[in-house]
Write a protein that binds this ligand. Structure first.
Ligand code: PRP
Length: 182
């Protein structure tokens, strides 16, 4: 993948350098907050897979990873509010420090569901790390301890984020051209 902009992308919102800086900042904070503790990174597939892979390498200390696949959007460009578990965690979370890793917090409906679901399994603690936080879009209050970048209300793709399963491999986060989804 080169740095040239994809023809379906109108503009680059966050460069790979900006994403790396934000990831490093969160990684350092997590390393400090969980010093001497083991932490389980629960990655929400598919969108968060690239962020988790980079974030895990920015954390000093004892880290385990596990994956959950959920779907909150269909082929639509907006949240449906309906969350389905497509793949559950392999590891038990009881008595463990859990950080849920997300690529984007938009309406917050996915995380509201996930928090309730994982809290019911009895973790020692649970926090959220999201790369992007869409400003003013939350339909529910979510306490998110680690936020990478504040994202204006555009349809964004790249660095794990898709539209119809495309563009996840872009190394930057860009604004999708309206002609692609209108
Ligand atoms: C996206 C994203 C979050 C969720 C955020 O997932 O990865 O999980 O939507 O939206 P919300 O805050 O409005 O609930 P999506 O359902 O598109 O699946 P994907 O990660 O497989 O692309």
């Amino acid at each position: 993948m080169t740095d040239s902009i994809h023809p379906d992308v109108k503009s680059i919102l966050f460069s790979k350098e900006e994403i790396h800086e934000a990831t490093l900042r969160i990684g350092k904070q997590i390393s400090k907050d969980y010093q001497g503790e083991k932490v389980l990174l629960v990655t929400v597939l598919k969108g968060a897979f690239i962020f988790m892979a980079d974030l895990a390498r920015c954390i000093d200390g004892d880290v385990e990873v596990d994956f959950m696949a959920v779907s909150s959007y269909g082929a639509e460009a907006k949240s449906s509010g309906v969350v389905r578990i497509l793949k559950d965690l392999n590891a038990p979370v009881e008595g463990r420090h859990v950080i849920i890793i997300e690529d984007i917090l938009d309406s917050g409906l996915t995380l509201k569901y996930l928090l309730k679901n994982i809290k019911a399994r009895g973790p020692l603690s649970i926090e959220i790390a999201t790369l992007l936080f869409k400003e003013g879009k939350q339909q529910t209050r979510i306490d998110c301890k680690y936020i990478g970048l504040l994202c204006p209300d555009y349809f964004v793709v790249g660095y794990g984020l898709d539209y119809n399963e495309r563009y996840r491999n872009l190394p930057y986060i860009g604004v999708l051209d309206e002609s692609v989804y209108s």
